[in-house]
Design a protein around this ligand. Structure first.
Ligand code: GAL
Length: 707
């Protein structure tokens, strides 16, 4: 799928200063939670604000005589960071081995004059024409066997050793020149890693990769059950690069790991080149694309070699989906379990949606503050100014082709001045959660290889758990299933399909240490090879749970469900559970439905020492999901982090060593009045307040001292 169709498919899916007396519960929450465990992702240079607004700037597209004017307009809008260079290879190396970097040095100096720091992109997403013409093997081959042509971007072969050599050379030149530049605060490698290659060389690498991982063909044949459909392999080079969706699930999962490893090694080549010359203070990131939810590779694993996670946050057509977008921020924060950057976001509109609508006035600001509330330390707009030609002429920008500010410029300038005012309060703070939702690319892949119900969408299932938690004003971490869990009171695994013995042990240790674990449907069905666990869900956790899934059913009509947690309806997916330990409680049972489910348990729970393990085998309606989450949070002693607020008001919390900062955003269409539990400092307007009035799209940033 190319970048455009990926964005489009998402859009289609969418359719359907003063010290204050701390309020008692805030103080209490702080005592309970302690200071944040992770250092916020602070920009490296000491004179750079700790909260940054910026834009993607392409000086190579403009006469140098114009740069100062653009940078002045940025300064006027309180922008303090630009990302430059990520598509500038043909300007940086116009002919093979001929490097021209003086212009970039001048651009960086001029930006610094305007108090604007620089993130330097490596240009490897768009190789120059001399390279792809002379060395066509560096061009990727698509699943249909067609080699890419020059003229777009992402046309490179990520696995090709020669292409990687060229990448290392240009990145080395950049690092030698800018690795000690005081105004370069970080590096972005490539741009939105997207497309794989299906050429013969990559296939050989896949076969080698398989051999390194499985060691023997006997092991591979066993773990993939290749006797099925006569798939047994007698030589490593018989194993295909999967280009079709109905390949063996074990092969498909292994291929995803190979793709992840290949992106990681592609990135590693550049990290090594940068780190050899660059100051350690310069961070290294890459901007994840795919609207946050892409699973082309394991983003968590690829982020392990980065010092900072960042992503590109686009709405596309329509308007901000508050829960979805918040969850994507939390997912990205989970990659490094630290604050992150929004490396790109839309200034009003994009150019790639079916209908490129514009965000409402104020919505761009609400989105920027939502990002900060969820842990972003920087928000950058794509792009500063429309290029006169090139593929994205219609895209939103801050200034037009003639260099004049566009209507959105004023709103972004307001955000910039607010970020400046808020930076001291935000410095050193990070979201701190009592609750984690487990996320796993293995599980996502395994489910999507075989959805069973066409309408089963994992993001919707995740949001089914996430939304009620956010409605209860709780910070939520979305973390990899194997992340340390000891800091969480409650861990939710909406559909953790793949549970290896190691992961089962990790989850069990959490429960045995007093943690509360709620597993959702399809959990523990598969092992690490995407083979069925012989014991039905939750596989290796059946013993501790004292119950199991007997059978699963894709639903085409709702089934009633009721019990201690209330009454509601199940749609899409229902699992009939059985109980085989006396101390297991049935919380929900199916009513009359498809006959197979009638009267059987839908949700069970069992205490385990101080902790508990529960299993919910159904997709519940939102009202009943509210009750399930209320039950789970109260059982795990999870405390709300803010008092109740009117519907549509989002509450975000960042905790520092001596303060808590709340970001309140009114996403509703009506004004909201919010009485505060105690006096707080109004960070944006100054002074102490005991209540705030938020217009639609209104934002309040409130600070309270905790020492
Ligand atoms: C991103 C990409 C940018 C620009 C933007 C337009 O995916 O990284 O280079 O194309 O989309 O929305």
């Amino acid at each position: 799928m190319n970048e455009l169709s990926m964005k489009e498919s998402f859009v289609t899916a969418q359719k359907r200063d003063g010290k204050m007396r701390p309020a008692l519960f805030l103080g209490l929450a702080f005592v309970l939670l302690g200071p944040p465990a992770h250092a916020p992702a602070q920009p490296a240079a000491p004179d750079v604000p700790s909260l940054l607004l910026g834009a993607a700037w392409y000086p190579e597209q403009w006469p140098e005589s114009r740069w100062d004017k653009d940078l002045q307009l940025m300064e006027d809008a309180h922008l303090h960071v630009v990302r430059v260079g990520e598509f500038a290879w043909s300007t940086e190396e116009p002919a093979e081995g001929e490097y021209k970097l003086d212009w970039l040095a001048r651009a960086i100096r001029l930006a610094a004059k305007h108090r604007i720091a620089v993130v330097l992109g490596t240009p490897t997403d768009a190789p120059p024409a001399w390279l792809t013409s002379k060395y066509p093997e560096t061009l990727r081959v698509d699943a249909g066997g067609r080699r890419a042509e020059h003229g777009g971007r992402r046309q490179f072969n990520y696995a090709d050793p020669l292409y990687r050599k060229f990448c290392a050379q240009i990145v080395t030149k950049l690092a030698q020149r800018f690795g000690h530049d005081p105004d370069v605060i970080g590096w972005q490698i490539g741009n939105e890693y997207t497309d794989e290659s299906f050429d013969a060389g990559t296939r050989r690498q896949f076969d080698d990769w398989l051999e390194a991982h499985f060691v023997t063909l006997d092991a591979l044949n066993r773990d993939w059950t290749t006797a099925y459909w006569s798939q047994t392999y007698g030589r490593w080079d018989e194993i295909p690069l999967p280009v079709v969706a109905n390949e063996n699930p074990g092969l498909l999962l292994a291929y995803k790991h190979f793709v992840t490893g290949t992106w990681r090694s592609f990135q590693r080549v550049q990290i090594d080149a940068i780190r050899k010359y660059a100051d350690p203070r310069q961070f290294i990131t890459t901007n994840y694309g795919g609207l946050g939810w892409s699973d082309r590779f394991d983003h968590d694993e690829v982020a392990r070699d980065l010092s900072l996670a960042s992503w590109d946050d686009y709405v596309g057509e329509g308007h901000l989906n508050v829960a979805r977008n918040g969850a994507m921020h939390d997912l990205v924060r989970g990659f490094k379990r630290n604050n992150f950057w929004v490396m790109e976001t839309q200034p009003g509109s994009v150019n790639w949606a079916p209908v490129n609508t514009t965000l409402y006035p104020g919505e761009t600001r609400a989105m920027a503050w939502q990002a900060v509330g969820h842990g972003a330390d920087a928000v950058l707009y794509w792009q500063w100014r429309s290029a006169l030609n090139g593929q994205e002429q219609y895209h939103g920008s801050l200034v037009g082709p003639g260099g004049e500010p566009l209507p959105i410029y004023a709103e972004i300038g307001r955000i910039g001045s607010e970020f400046e005012r808020a930076a001291p309060a935000i410095a050193g703070t990070a979201p701190k959660a009592q609750v984690a939702i487990l996320h796993s690319y293995d599980s996502r892949w395994a489910i999507d290889f075989q959805r069973f119900n066409r309408d089963y969408h994992q993001l919707s299932v995740l949001l089914g758990y996430y939304r009620p938690l956010r409605d209860e004003r709780l910070t939520v971490d979305i973390v990899n299933a194997d992340a340390p869990l000891d800091g969480y009171k409650l861990v939710l695994a909406p559909d953790l399909n793949v549970i290896s013995p190691q992961l089962a042990a990790h989850l069990l240790a959490y429960v045995q240490q007093g943690g509360h674990l709620l597993l959702g449907l399809r959990s523990g069905m598969k092992n690490e090879y995407d083979a069925l666990n012989a014991e039905r869900q939750p596989g290796p956790l059946v013993g501790p749970l004292g119950g199991r899934v007997v059978e699963y059913y894709a639903l085409d009509a709702p089934v009633p469900v009721s019990g201690a947690l209330g009454t509601g309806a199940v749609t899409l997916w229902a699992e009939r559970l059985s109980v085989h330990a006396k101390d297991v409680k049935v919380l929900l049972r199916y009513g009359k439905g498809n006959g197979w489910l009638d009267g059987y348990p839908a949700m069970i729970t069992r205490r385990a020492d101080k902790g508990s393990i529960s299993y919910l085998g159904a997709v519940l309606d939102p009202a009943l999901m509210d009750r399930v989450i209320a039950w789970a949070t109260s059982g795990a002693d999870v405390k709300p982090e803010f008092e109740a607020v009117p519907a549509g008001v989002e509450v975000c919390r960042r905790v520092g060593a001596d303060r808590i900062v709340f970001v309140l955003i009114n996403h509703a269409k009506t004004p909201a009045h919010i009485a505060l539990p105690d006096a707080m400092r109004d960070v944006l307007h100054g002074g102490s307040v005991t209540s705030v009035e938020l217009k639609p799209q209104g934002v309040a940033v409130l600070e309270i001292a905790t020492h």
